[in-house]
Design a protein around this ligand. Structure first.
Ligand code: UDP
Length: 315
């Protein structure tokens, strides 16, 4: 297949490029480096099946030749990043989604949209199945991301219904692993870096809020299956690890794994921070035969190892 991946230099995008190349496909990667980084894909440049184009997909998009599959993964994804780039976050999930859907229609490509567990907002249903409609504050600080992802989902389904486009939506829950930016503000890189530097870990609120963390290799396997499995037109899938932890437990686990002397500092909680989040992955298990294999401790050990190496200046 000839595959177009937007957000190719991002955390998940770069792992996806690698996966599709390893499966023998040709990959065209796009990124404007707002939050993605060239070093995430530098090792792919010598692969003759990989083409990279520095491009902002909120501009008109055209690609020569056939395109079998479009994966729209461009978007600042950490709360700190999307609150720093609120308008761009909304543009890439509206104009960017429109442009990539338009390209998929023109080329007759299959289309996969990277949505988010944020479409469920601060959920009243736990765990969250795909059939839950969510509870989102439309004007809160997170709305630039939540509402834009919801708009993109609606637009994706409109192309499916009006033009018969073969679309699939993945709702990605908290994911972590190598290639996250040290300063992206998300909880796992923040805690690991604080622990490795011997600084106190900044737990927001009392740390009783929960998240369910998925190791990136597991997530990429799920996305790959959504992209290549036949007969999933118009389907939406939760992809994440249902192993749920409080943020305070996560902090303690990071301190233990890094053998750090750091303590824990309780700081102010972010506005509209969801209290609980855990995917119901029954549908993905049934239709994709997929479930995560890496538990939090094992994934954190691998991730800590990677951050240690990069702090020493390694690849
Ligand atoms: N969090 C924290 N300390 C930090 C960063 C985040 O306690 O330094 C908390 C945050 O308030 C939230 C959870 O960790 O409850 C996950 O935050 P993250 O930014 O990783 O992503 P979110 O799941 O909120 O999109």
């Amino acid at each position: 297949m000839r595959v177009l991946i937007t957000g190719a230099a991002g955390f998940i995008g770069s792992h996806l490029c690698e996966r599709f190349l390893n499966e023998g496909h040709e990959v065209i990667g796009l990124d404007n480096f707002i939050t993605g980084r060239p070093e995430n894909i530098a090792h792919l440049f010598e692969n003759p099946n990989f083409t990279f184009i520095r491009y902002d997909v909120t501009n008109f998009l055209y690609v020569e030749g056939k395109v079998d599959l479009v994966l729209h993964f461009a978007c600042p994804a950490s709360p700190v990043d999307y609150m720093n780039h609120p308008i761009h976050t909304m543009k890439v999930n509206s104009v960017g989604t429109l442009n990539t859907l338009g390209l998929a229609k023109e080329k007759g490509s299959r289309y996969v949209f990277a949505s988010s567990s944020e479409v469920y907002g601060n959920p009243e249903v736990h765990p969250q199945p795909e059939t839950y409609w969510g509870k989102v504050n439309p004007i809160g600080p997170r709305s630039v991301y939540d509402e834009a992802k919801r708009f993109s989902e609606a637009l994706t389904m409109a192309y499916h219904r009006q033009h018969g486009l073969d679309v699939r939506i993945v709702r990605i829950f908290n994911t972590y692993g190598p290639r996250m930016r040290r300063d992206d503000g998300r909880v796992i890189p923040t805690f690991i870096i604080q622990a490795l530097r011997g600084e106190d870990l900044t737990v927001h609120g009392d740390g009783t809020q929960t998240r369910s963390f998925c190791y990136v290799d597991d997530l990429v396997e799920g996305i790959y299956r959504v992209a290549v499995t036949e007969g999933l037109e118009g389907e939406v899938f939760n992809l994440g690890n249902p192993e749920e932890h409080t943020i305070l437990d996560l902090a303690k686990m990071v301190i233990e794994i890094t053998k750090s002397s750091s303590g824990i500092k309780f700081v102010e909680r972010r506005k509209d921070d969801p209290d609980r989040r855990k995917p119901d992955i029954t549908k993905a298990k049934k239709l994709l035969g997929w479930e995560p294999k890496v538990n939090l401790r094992e994934g954190l050990e691998r991730t800590v190892e990677w951050f240690r190496r990069t702090l020493r200046g390694g690849p």
